[in-house]
Design a protein around this ligand. Sequence first.
Ligand SMILES: Cc1cc2nc3c(=O)[nH]c(=O)nc-3n(C[C@H](O)[C@H](O)[C@H](O)COP(=O)(O)OP(=O)(O)OC[C@H]3O[C@@H](n4cnc5c(N)ncnc54)[C@H](O)[C@@H]3O)c2cc1C
Length: 523
Amino acid sequence: MSSQLSSPLYDIAVVGSGFGGSLLATIARKLGRSVILLEKGKHPRFAIGESSTPLTNLLLEELTTRYDLPALTPLAKWGAWQSVYPDVACGLKRGFTFFHHVLGEPDTPDPDHARQLLVAASPHDRIADTHWYRADFDHLLVKHAQTMGVDYLDEVDLHGVCQAEDEIRLAGSRHGRELTVRAAFLVDSTGPRGFLHRALHLPELPLPDMPATEALYTHFSGVGKFKDSEFEPEGEKPPYPIDAAAVHHVFDGGWIWVLQFNNGVTSAGVAATEDAAARLRLPEGEAAWLWLLDLIPPLQTQFSAAKPLRPFVHAPSLSFRSGVTAGERWVLLPSAAGFVDPLFSTGFALTLLGVARLAAIIQEDWGSGQFGARVRASAAVSESELLATGRLIGSLYTAMPDFPVFVSLSLLYFAAVIFSETARRLGKPELASSFLLHDHPSFGPQCRRIFGQVLRNRGALNATGLHEEVMRAIGPLNLAGLGDPARRNWYPVDARDLYESAWKVGASAGQITALLEGCGFRS
Ligand SMILES: Cc1cc2nc3c(=O)[nH]c(=O)nc-3n(C[C@H](O)[C@H](O)[C@H](O)COP(=O)(O)OP(=O)(O)OC[C@H]3O[C@@H](n4cnc5c(N)ncnc54)[C@H](O)[C@@H]3O)c2cc1C
């Protein structure tokens, strides 16, 4: 090493410049803190985790409004994104599309939608969700952080951390020079098994209800549409174009995602239990992917001209939970504290919920005696959200061979997130105080009972009885006609559902009209 670089004492050091780290760093700076953001790589760079949801976008909008970051607000909706940032790639996400497959079986028509679930998230493109092309998206956020006054160092190789009485010190190197960074508080946003988890030798705990899972994924060019002609027969239009969505292909033991961006790139991959991953030989990379496509004929057709744009990534151990997530002068962002699975795209929402809590603590209690205790309490909330997500996703993995059960369980997710989004938009966040409503006085225990039943009785479930129980659980929260047999697993966004069930969120018809107008529902 040629020479030594030592930083001044910052209020906050944020390690990891994914969107979570950059956003938190920006907000902390906006709140008057001195902030340094440290990154081991260099933007633009590939990152996985791409699909947003209505709750994610609402949280992003709330954060950028509350902390006066108007340059970032357009990223919360497809239409605004396209007009303000046309050069920042993203994908149009109008909903959640699921298809069920039995591996190796030929494709057959499905006129009753028994092997499909289509849940729209937006009534039209302008206010639709997006898939974030992370190379562009994260680059934009880190540049924005710098313009807001965050000091940023990339290509930093951190190898140690030590805590002194009133500061925390990071030791590392950059471009051949030794580096010491000093800060009063440290936020780790380096992802699962990241910097602090390793540097502090934190224990790893199992996620109690999740099977061990693996993933194999990459980006492709040349991916076609999925059977589009079959799904648009005369007189029967799906609630949105099925590829303009997070498309999930579910099979016994795993599922495939397909996310199409507006720059010709498609993100696709598979997540599977250890047993299924071994059967599918996922560690073999591209060969395993091609073999899997062979087992699902319509997907094979969709990918017939596809070319991988980068090497396949095999992630041997997807879910993760750190046994310790906060200390006296540090905290792990939710995405560094744990991860469940990409199914249902919960990662962004959990990350942003954690960013929102930390931002409020920095705003209200920086320098007060409450600060440390509030940070630890926030980390405990993140852990309860992670565990609740694990229960849902673990149950869904169990139900993968039995699609009707999978669909019933999915309704619990959709009922909870639609209710939460509506309550927040009505200015009643207290009605939905926890992610997936896991601590809701009646819905929370009902979900736990249902998940417990599914996890205990793998393979021997009474699908009808379970569905009835799900319908009883979601009844008081169901704002979208979920489970109505007449919809045959296709759920458009229909304002009439909201008016009819407005009483469930204590809203008048006038308040629903104001909500719909406020969020741009009418195109
Ligand atoms: C296969 C897969 C698919 C997913 N799909 C979705 C999805 O569709 N929707 C969704 O909501 N969530 C998804 N997730 C979860 C999502 O990826 C995370 O929630 C999200 O990336 C968290 O963002 P982040 O900015 O906090 O961290 P990350 O995106 O993990 O960024 C971490 C940053 O830290 C940097 N870093 C790492 N180590 C160090 C170090 N030692 N020093 C300095 N810098 C370091 C990295 O280079 C990176 O820039 C998925 C996850 C996986 C694994």
